[in-house]
Design a protein around this ligand. Structure first.
Ligand code: HEC
Ligand code: HEC
Length: 340
């Protein structure tokens, strides 16, 4: 009986995938088939940038092409590396000529679901965000005019742009296609997902289950900020890293003193791979992160009342770390669809 069910599920799964390959008349292209994991909502896709197969392919090609940087040495993927959940393993990012940037490279896991982008929320859409690294002195140090000039020398790009956006190669297509590709970076197949959203009670070990209880407990309050299907409330919070912030975070955008030291709450999906942690990469391990929260952080007027310290045993700390590691999605980290 179980056998039959498996076959049936496999069969319907394949059938569905085929059925979903719909041609969108207005875009003269096939819709990109985004697989939404159980428990996840649909991401918001802007109406002027529907996901199509050519757009995602173009965006992916550009994401991995160092031609976007002034000396053709750095691509988006130099800093956002798939095997590190699209981070780079460095405290602070490094761009052209080895220039050190201001912040730690964040993961792009489930970035389609972010409300605002950057640690300070300085970019409103993925389309707009793509302009920042291309121009940033410490990242790609290039400019859009130069990028367009260079791309136009490549016949492959000219035809990809025509197919994707039915227009000549320009900034519109560059930023939109890169955004489209990034919206496909969906991760929802971790052991936690299997346990929590798909009812596989064997997917988490006893220790991981104990860690999960701690994570969602009132005394630790992790889930108050890192809650929901993507382990973030998408708010800006001060988690008590410093008494004086060299990087004031959200206040850089709003100029409000009440926003000093507030940073976007990051997703914890694939957190095993995104060290070093925090906006400045100041913690190198999950042990250090937990020690920070256990002590209740440093005093700051804006520090959240939820960062209040707690007392747990060494064994419980290990349980919590094991739970955080159960958010790793190996399929995501090895997904061949994410490389050109
Ligand atoms: C030199 C390393 C580097 C390069 C190259 C780079 N990034 Fe980033 N990326 C970063 C850093 C650092 C941040 C955080 C910046 C901030 O918060 O001010 C970031 C932030 C982002 C974010 C926002 C993530 C979030 O959670 O809000 C997106 C999206 C992104 N980058 C996409 C790209 C794309 C697309 C490219 C290529 C066009 C690119 N990056 C090139 C280092 C890099
Ligand atoms: C008041 C909200 C809040 C609470 C409560 C909270 N966090 Fe955080 N967490 C944040 C913010 C904000 C950041 C990013 C800070 C920065 O970039 O400097 C963060 C960052 C992290 C990071 C680093 C992620 C990365 O990729 O850099 C980890 C891991 C983490 N928190 C785990 C936890 C755990 C475990 C708990 C419970 C013990 C917890 N957090 C409680 C707001 C919170």
């Amino acid at each position: 009986m179980k056998w039959l069910l498996t076959i049936l599920i496999l069969f319907t799964a394949c059938k569905k995938a085929v059925e979903k390959k719909t041609f969108i008349e207005s875009e003269s292209d096939y819709q990109y088939h985004l697989i939404i994991p159980n428990g996840f909502p649909l991401p918001l896709i802007p109406v002027d940038n529907e996901l199509t197969e050519s757009r995602v392919l173009l965006g992916k090609t550009l994401f991995y092409d160092p031609i976007l940087s002034s000396d053709s040495s750095v691509s988006c993927a130099t800093c956002h590396r798939l095997n590190l959940a699209f981070t780079d393993g460095l405290e602070l990012s490094k761009g052209v000529e080895n220039r050190t940037g201001m912040r730690n490279t964040p993961t792009l896991t489930n970035i389609a679901y972010a409300y605002l982008l950057m640690f300070d929320g300085g970019a409103e859409t993925l389309e707009l965000q793509a302009l920042a690294p291309i121009a940033d002195h410490n990242e790609m140090n290039s400019d859009m005019k130069l990028v367009i000039e260079r791309l136009k020398k490549n016949k492959k790009y000219i035809s990809l742009f025509k197919k994707a956006y039915q227009r000549d190669l320009d900034a519109f297509g560059i930023t939109r296609s890169i955004a489209a590709f990034q919206r496909t970076l969906i991760s929802g197949n971790s052991p936690f997902d299997k346990y929590y959203f798909r009812g596989d009670t064997t997917a988490l070990s006893a220790s991981e289950q104990r860690g999960m209880k701690l994570f969602f407990s009132e005394s630790l309050s992790c889930s108050e900020c890192h809650g929901g299907f993507n382990f973030t409330n998408n708010h800006f919070e001060n988690n008590g890293l410093y008494t004086v912030y060299a990087d004031t975070g959200r206040a850089r955008i709003t100029n409000l003193s009440s926003d000093v030291g507030k940073f976007k709450v990051p997703t914890l999906r694939n957190v095993e791979y995104t060290s070093p942690y925090m906006h400045d990469g100041s913690f190198s391990s999950l042990e250090e992160v937990i020690a920070h929260y256990a002590l209740g952080g440093k005093n700051h007027v804006n520090k959240s009342v939820l960062v209040k310290g707690f007392n747990i045993s060494e064994a419980e700390k290990q349980d919590l770390i094991n739970f955080l590691k159960s958010l790793s999605d190996k399929e995501f980290l090895n997904n061949k669809n994410f490389i050109p």
